[in-house]
Design a protein around this ligand. Structure first.
Ligand SMILES: Cc1cc2nc3c(=O)[nH]c(=O)nc-3n(C[C@H](O)[C@H](O)[C@H](O)COP(=O)(O)OP(=O)(O)OC[C@H]3O[C@@H](n4cnc5c(N)ncnc54)[C@H](O)[C@@H]3O)c2cc1C
Length: 442
């Protein structure tokens, strides 16, 4: 059977893969293909769609080996593309915003760092239209959809053979270069492949925490100015880092399924708003000896919640949490306890998050929440909901050169699944850097 040959095969059609392909075409390359196991090429671009344009948010300039000026130049180019989509609207304006300066001062009085990035948003309900718009930039790239990359083999001519499965049939493709951008959902598959090919990788930190959902009246004060405010705490008790993440004013709390466990997340629609706001509060956890495997640690926490929640995440009212008791179905919407002020948007099991979350993480989250309540009074109203577990598995990290090429020449990596980003803009930046490296090698 004749195998199709490409210059570059990109695994994953999320922002890392799509922006890599757009830049490869811009830089004059052809014979490019993007492979995705899903029928629609989008990755995480279908989720919510908040764009953070700030060099401190969603990627690490040291990890990407770029300076602030280079990051800002790439962010400007990415922004120009996204805002060509008419339903992507600016939601945070940072120029001359006196309220933001006052908030930064207040945050620092309470030991927190406050970051207000320039932000844009399109909403989950506009996700497909946004992806169609971005695909319009691609003229020479093949999309191999419903196609799962299964294995990568080195062929004799120093090229790569990508073994794929499509409609239960095996199909192989040849390429000079592989760019792996499999996102978090494909991270463990690619880690196994990388280990077979002796590609250097190690365990990165994970973020473990909760998602708060509260009546939006308590948070509108800040989200009216900053759609997704970033507060970063270093806790007094343990010296650990805790941060707010992924705020969704008028949004919904959502469950992600992983088979033997579930995780909490959140999003917002463009056209229909709820009466609530939700945001994550997460604690960064890195491990050394005797266990450096943050994947296993995070999954064991998630499974504990799954067990205690009867196959669902757990939700607890702040009123119950403060009094050291579990939430229960019978009192979940009690008006005498003022719980009716916040109506849950997600179906989780009322219970006790402290039964499944490690004590050190509970300490860190509670200390940070108390500080946040001083900056934005009211967030700890008894009706506020704490959902868990919210875990971000950014735990597979690849060592690369400054163009994101691994120690195996011809294999490049980008995006969240390889430790190069933690959000859409960061993933797009890493895809662009990899594209520049691929073109540079000739
Ligand atoms: C509910 C939710 C809300 C979010 N909201 C935001 C937000 O508002 N703003 C923000 O910046 N970030 C948000 N994120 C995170 C954002 O989606 C990711 O940071 C981003 O999509 C990462 O891009 P990526 O290209 O690295 O990977 P992804 O977008 O995950 O894309 C990876 C692609 O690779 C494919 N793939 C994996 N393995 C294989 C394989 N073996 N063969 C074939 N295909 C494979 C997958 O199907 C997927 O399409 C959200 C995430 C979730 C889950």
């Amino acid at each position: 059977m004749k195998m199709k040959n490409y210059n570059v095969l990109i695994i994953g059609s999320g922002p890392a893969g799509l922006f890599a392909a757009i830049w490869l075409e811009k830089l004059g390359l052809d014979k490019i293909a993007i492979i995705d196991r899903n029928p629609y090429p989008a990755g995480g671009l279908l989720n919510d769609g908040k764009l953070n344009f700030d060099y401190r948010v969603g990627f690490d300039i040291d990890e990407l080996q770029i300076d602030r000026a280079a990051a800002e130049k790439m962010m400007q180019e990415i922004k120009e593309m996204f805002i060509g989509f008419p339903r992507c609207r600016q939601v945070t304006f940072i120029d001359n915003n006196r309220k933001l300066l006052a908030l930064a001062d207040m945050a620092s009085e309470h030991g927190a760092q406050f970051i207000a990035p320039e932000q844009w948003h399109w909403g989950t309900d506009n996700g497909k239209a946004l992806v169609d718009y971005l695909r319009g930039y691609l003229k020479k790239t093949d999309f191999l959809l419903n196609t799962e990359a299964v294995a990568i083999e080195k062929s004799n001519d120093n090229n790569f053979r990508l073994v794929c499965r499509c409609n239960k049939k095996q199909i192989n493709y040849n390429a000079q270069v592989i760019l792996a951008a499999p996102g978090r959902s494909g991270a463990y598959w690619f880690r196994d492949i990388a280990n077979e090919l002796n590609i250097n990788n190690n365990f990165g930190p994970i973020d473990v925490g909760i998602r708060l959902e509260l009546n939006r009246q308590f948070y509108d004060f800040i989200t009216d100015s900053v759609y997704d405010p970033k507060f970063i705490f270093t806790t007094k008790r343990h010296g650990d880092k805790v941060r707010t993440f992924c705020t969704n004013p008028g949004g919904r709390v959502r469950v992600e399924n992983y088979g033997d466990f579930q995780l909490i997340n959140g999003d917002a629609l463009f056209g229909k708003k709820t009466k609530n706001t939700n945001f994550a509060l997460i604690n960064t956890v890195a491990l050394t000896k005797p266990l450096s495997d943050t994947t296993e640690f995070g999954q064991s926490i998630a499974k504990q919640f799954f067990l205690l929640g009867g196959g669902k995440p757990i939700v607890q009212r702040i009123g119950d949490f403060r009094e050291g008791r579990r939430s229960s179905f019978t009192t979940f919407n009690s008006t005498t306890r003022h719980f009716e002020v916040c109506k849950a948007t997600c179906n989780a099991t009322p219970g006790d998050i402290t039964l499944a979350m490690p004590a050190r993480i509970v300490d860190n989250l509670w200390e940070s929440l108390k500080s946040l309540d001083k900056i934005i009074p009211g967030i700890l109203h008894p009706s506020t909901l704490l959902y868990a577990p919210e875990i971000k598995f950014f735990d597979t990290h690849f060592s690369t050169d400054r163009y994101l090429e691994t120690n195996i020449k011809g294999v490049f990596v980008a995006g969240d699944g390889t430790g190069k980003s933690r959000g859409i803009v960061g993933a797009a930046i890493s895809g662009i850097i990899a594209a520049q490296g691929i073109v540079r090698r000739g």
